[in-house]
Write a protein that binds this ligand. Sequence first.
Ligand code: PMP
Length: 462
Amino acid sequence: MTFQPNSPAARDVAYVLHPYTNFEAHEEKGPMIIDRGEGIYVYDDSGKKYIEGMAGLWSTSLGFNSERLKQAAMKQFDTLPYYHTFAHKAHLPSIDLAEKLISKMPVPMSKVFFNNSGSEANDTAIKIVWYYNNALGRHHKKKIVGRVNGYHGITLAAASLTGRSMNHRGFDAPLANFIHTDEPHHYSKCLPGESEEDFATRLAENLENLIIEEGPDTVAAFWAEPVMGAGGVIVPPKTYFEKIQKVLNKYDILFVADEVICGFGRTGNYWGSETFDMKPDILVCAKALSSSYLPISATIINDKVYEPVKKASAELGAFGHGYTYSGHPVCAAVALETMKIYDEENIIEKVQGVAPHFLKGLHSFADHPLVGETRGVGLVGAIQVMQDKATKKPFEASAGVGPMIANLATEEGLMLRAVGDSIAFCPPLIITETQIDEMFDCFRRGLDRALDHLRKEGQAVA
Ligand code: PMP
């Protein structure tokens, strides 16, 4: 495609390297330029309006024009636009935010370390796990267990922990000491006739066997998102975390909950850990912490982890880790205001109120000829399409059916994201029932167009 000289599209193609983008295709297609946002909607540069069905990247919980968040940032800019938190320096926004986070934890927690992104928050947690075991003299207890299709970010350690080949291929990842266990997706991974509970038992046994094979005194931590997001919105099978945690406790392995998507009400409770009865030693959060208006994330540790780390920091002279922007005052002020809005506007009850309507809408697609599985909890879900739903035969990955459906839905006015052939839904938490109906109406139009197209090509079985 040729772009108008000096147009934003031409300049984008000329100068910008986009994350998660096929650069060749980008030179051909150019960008979709988003101009502004309002509530759950965004507008492109031609003025076309879209429902943001993914809250950006699973993150803009309060929609796109919160006046309170804008004011909170401006107020902080007026007093202290930047200061660091290294070597005993502090400022009120980071103190207030840390206190607020600790008051909301699903299990007793001790201290908060601030970072800028979900990836960095996981990297910090990985380094703390290693530092902790070194402090305890357990120099071989370093392996970290993630899960196939788990997503924890893209910095080098977080990418190693992530269980997706897209984040490994070409990058010499994973690093040593990162191993992966089963993806807890009952629909695609269960044996014939296997119940959710039996599937969970088998996965916990597999984890235990892996730990024994590796040597329990070499395994340091297990990482899990309560609901796997970027892996396709995988809701864990019944009894899964209860059984997994028993194994972790048996071998003295730390449990890290990556709440980067699930935190702050997404699953219908403040934390996904509450929804699935998880008792983490370390909790990682980001995204909805600031409604994603500014970059900030947190790594939160319990006393069991803190005490040895504290001692080692004294012996070594300092905990030699920190970012220039750790606890950035403007980001912290906006995050604190975000958490106040969640409290004052009863966001958890709001999610609990609309979630049944959202899930009913999602599950109403189960009868569609293309749909194999619909799954979700709270205000996050996915619809997985199949070439033959009766035999669970997937489409060839190269056919790109999931992305085609997401693109057609976008043409119909709905931003969505395809993870393979699962199409994810994760709207802003402020979405209303009427807007949920509007979202699924757009999706149905896109899905039906995809079905027509696939039938014409002789690809859809039904
Ligand atoms: N953990 C989870 C569960 C995520 O979903 C993401 C981002 N989608 C990350 C970590 C990484 O966050 P970031 O992109 O802010 O580095």
